[in-house]
Design a protein around this ligand. Structure first.
Ligand code: ZN
Length: 68
C-alpha cells in the first residue's frame, strides 16, 4: 500500500499501518490532533443533540475513509 502521508509505497507489517515510518506516523498523529481540535471548536457551535449526532456521523465517515 501507499503511505497516507507521503504516498510512498511500503509493506505494512500490521493491518493498522497506514504510513511508511515514524516520521509519517508523527505527521498523521499531528494531523489528526488538529482535526480533533477543529472538531471540538465546531461542536461548540452546534446547539441541539440532533445536530451533534449528525455531525459525529459525518465525521466518523470522514476519519474512517482515510484508512483505505
Ligand atoms: Zn510516509
Amino acid at each position: 500500500m501507499n503511505c497516507v502521508i507521503c504516498n510512498t509505497p511500503f509493506e505494512p507489517t500490521n493491518k493498522k499501518h497506514q504510513h511508511c515510518g515514524n516520521n509519517c506516523s508523527v505527521s498523521l498523529y499531528a494531523a489528526r490532533k488538529k482535526v480533533r481540535q477543529s472538531i471540538k471548536a465546531a461542536l461548540k457551535a452546534l446547539k441541539t443533540p440532533e445536530e451533534v449526532n449528525q455531525f459525529n456521523l459525518s465525521l466518523t465517515t470522514l476519519l474512517e475513509g482515510t484508512s483505505q
